[in-house]
Every structure is written in C-alpha cells, then in structure tokens.
Design a protein around this ligand. Structure first.
Ligand SMILES: Nc1ncnc2c1ncn2[C@@H]1O[C@H](COP(=O)(O)OP(=O)(O)OP(=O)(O)O)[C@@H](O)[C@H]1O
Ligand SMILES: O=P(O)(O)OC[C@H]1O[C@H](OP(=O)(O)OP(=O)(O)O)[C@H](O)[C@@H]1O
Length: 208
C-alpha cells in the first residue's frame, strides 16, 4: 500500500484530481465526511488529509511514503525528503510587503512580521540587513497597520489581501508552487510504484 499525505484545503482537491488522473484513484475520498483516511486496496493506495504545513513531517518520518507540500513549507522546515516533481499548481510567491510610503531606515533594526521566520531570516541575511522577527500564525497583513512591524514577509497570490489592507510588494523573494515529495527509505522500497505515479503526474503537468 502506498501511503499518500494530501494537504487539506485549497490545494488538496486539485492535487487529488491529478493523482486520480494518473491512475491512483480513491473514489471514497470525495465523500462528504469527516474521515481523514481513505483506502483503495485495488489501486494499492491509502490517502490521508493533513494540515498543509504538516505534510512534510508525515513524509519525513515515514508515516506517509509520498505527499504534496508547497515550496514555502519545504524552504521553511527543510525536511529531509526527496523532492520529485514541481506540480505547477498552488502557484504564488513569497514577498516582502509594506505600507504605502514605507522607507527603510538603515539606522534601525527592521521589524519583520511573518509565519515564515526562516525564509525571512535567510532573505535578510543574504541582503545584509539586521532584522527583528515577529513570528505570527496568520493575518500577517495586520501587523504593519497596527505598528507591530515595519514590513511583512508572506505569501502573495492574487494580491487582494495586500491591496485591501493598503500594502504593496516591495521585494519578491521566491516563486512558490506545490511539490511532490517522498520519504527517502520509502522511495527505495516502493521505487516502481512511486516512479509510475511521478511519470503520470509529470505528463499531466506537461499537458496542462
Ligand atoms: N493564497 C495563498 N495563501 C496561502 N497559501 C497558498 C496560497 N496560494 C497557494 N498557496 C500554497 O498552498 C499551500 C497551502 O495553503 P493553505 O492556505 O491551504 O494552507 P494554510 O492554511 O497556510 O496551512 P496551515 O493551516 O497548515 O498553516 C501553501 O503552503 C502554499 O504553498
Ligand atoms: O494574494 P492573495 O490571493 O490575497 O492571498 C494571500 C493571502 O492568503 C494567505 O492567507 P490565508 O488565507 O492562508 O490566511 P492566514 O491569514 O491565516 O495566513 C496569505 O497568508 C495571504 O494573507
């Protein structure tokens, strides 16, 4: 049985549709229920729904053989997994945003609010800027409005959240998309099945 961790929410259903097309169907998954684990013994797959930011933990520790995680999660937590394929969905970017008129005062430590502390720290280290990280878990856009931070580092997709909170992108850090990841030893035991799935998904990515 191939154990597959899927991200609950906006990414998960899109991604499952790709897996089903690649021949790894599990019709029960589309049931409207609160179940979190679904098996299809015939197809040899078991799917789990987990929080998007937890997928990499399930895969790294071998509770799942493969899974799908955003590149943001891989850059932030650096799990020891194989990154097999860019699925080219869940596309967005990691960026620095600030209120209109923001000017960086190099004599002061810059206060940066973010859910992605490591990505923010790596970025500012690369440009040689001293920062103070304010780690938040959501609604990051509020921080500069309330004076909690000077700027934010966050995901931008359509840009609506920034616009509606009078912020704009001042630096792009990295483009983000969903990646197929595999547990390192699981990959050795199930190479054939995982490669068949990867190739099926690769075709869909190329045809899309
Ligand atoms: N507008 C967006 N906001 C957040 N993530 C996005 C967006 N667009 C694409 N993504 C991608 O989708 C993934 C899952 O995002 P989603 O918002 O569903 O989870 P989340 O609520 O951030 O997760 P968690 O609750 O585990 O922190 C992200 O890791 C990112 O790679
Ligand atoms: O550019 P947009 O299309 O507006 O999308 C970006 C927004 O979506 C995400 O928030 P999410 O909905 O995950 O909520 P959060 O505040 O809990 O992080 C992200 O953190 C931004 O706030």
């Amino acid at each position: 049985m191939l154990n597959i961790a899927l991200p609950k929410g906006r990414l998960g259903e899109k991604v499952y549709a790709m897996f089903a097309k690649a021949g790894f169907e599990c019709p029960a998954l589309m049931e409207n229920s609160r179940k979190l684990i679904f098996d299809n013994e015939e197809a040899g797959v078991r799917y789990f729904w987990v929080k998007p930011s937890d997928v990499a933990i399930y895969v790294e520790r071998g509770a799942a053989d493969i899974g799908v995680a955003g590149k943001d999660i891989l850059l932030e937590y650096r799990p020891d997994v194989y990154e097999l394929l860019d699925l080219n969905v869940g596309k967005c970017r990691m960026a620095v945003a600030a209120p209109a008129g923001f000017q960086d005062d190099m004599n002061r430590t810059l206060r940066v609010a973010t859910k992605f502390s490591r990505i923010a720290r790596d970025y500012y280290t690369s440009v040689g800027r001293d920062i103070d990280i304010i780690h938040l878990n959501g609604s990051i856009e509020i921080a500069p409005i309330l004076g909690l931070s000077d700027v934010i580092v966050d995901i931008v997709e359509t840009g609506t959240t920034l616009r509606e909170n009078n912020l704009s992108v001042i630096e792009e850090i990295v483009p983000i998309s969903a990646r197929l990841i595999a547990n390192k030893s699981g990959f050795k035991f199930r190479t054939e099945q995982i490669e068949r799935l990867t190739e099926g998904l690769r075709k869909e990515v190329q045809e899309a």
